[in-house]
Design a protein around this ligand. Sequence first.
Ligand code: KIV
Length: 266
Amino acid sequence: MNPTAPWTTARLRALKGREKIVCLTAYDFATARLVDESGVHLVLVGDSVGNTMLGYANTLPVTMLDMLSHTAAVARGVKQALIVADMPFMSYQLTIPHALANAGRLLKVGAHAVKLEGGALRVPTIRAMVENGIPVMGHLGLTPQSVQEFGGFKVQGRTAAAAKELLRDARAIAKAGVFAIVLESIPAKLAAKITAAVDVPTIGIGAGPRCDGQVLVIHDLLGLGGDWKPKFAKRYADLGAAAKAAIGEYKREVADGTFPGPEHSY
Ligand code: KIV
């Protein structure tokens, strides 16, 4: 296999049980290019764009227009990774034709697949998408679009009944045709059980080490999310502090006349 060949859903599925799948969010051209050039398998244009880039408290206000604009920007920066675009709140819940039309719009601007939240309830929509050539990634556990129903961002699947339901949901959407499933904020043991029970890769975020892959929100990884640091996220750099220091230095140099110097002047 050509090592620079683009990642497809089939190639990613084939990694299950062999190699960990590395996923990261991106929302713009410059970041997507960095993520892609770093060899990440899958770039998720998450509806977390609402929190990270648009300043909302949750993902509910994110619109199809937001997702189309950010997906198109990411697609311009990616050469190899698989691009998955989130379907925003109420873009796939109303009717199957509405969901198909919205998913199609995301593919037309450069997504290779879409992601939607929910379990057995979503089976007819997932089937219709897959039958019409639209690859789908599932998302179970702490599905952020249900934050109002959950009463906050709480770990899911803690009781025996809830764990059983999540396992049933994972089996149902895998059978309906999703090519991978995000498992968010569930006990690590349950994630391991689901991973063993389905033949598609599971991608964990706050779901322990025994998923087939991991995903993080890039702002959490790079330290760009301010003081917000969820327990499951690891901060690999503090670019927020580095950016503030650089901006402070620029401000000082403008104030004292050091910038622009002769080398910056015509
Ligand atoms: O929107 C997003 O970034 C996501 C990840 C947290 C999986 O759905």
